[in-house]
Ligand binder design. Sequence first.
Ligand SMILES: [Zn+2]
Length: 107
Amino acid sequence: MASTPVIKLGGRTFHIIDTPRDKDTTEQDVGMIDYDREYIYINPEMQSNSSWFITLLHELLHYVFYACARNDLRNDEALVSAMSESLYQIIKENPEYFQHREEYTDD
Ligand SMILES: [Zn+2]
């Protein structure tokens, strides 16, 4: 797994894994997160980059609510979807705030 892309959140390092459509997933067949193994599975058949990033944010938000023990919010798909869409729009429409992210790393 050393060559897979990763994303860090809250002291965890999630591996992002392209995963084809799976009938067992519940995330409208586009993404899934495994908190314990720290894997985020994203369907590579996504139509656009924006859909890919929104799915990534969506799965990370599930983890955020899981990490703060708010399962009521973690299981609220409408809330998680609205937040992931909105966060993506904020980042996309204000790239100057996010493009120098390396300046803000703590290591
Ligand atoms: Zn979801």
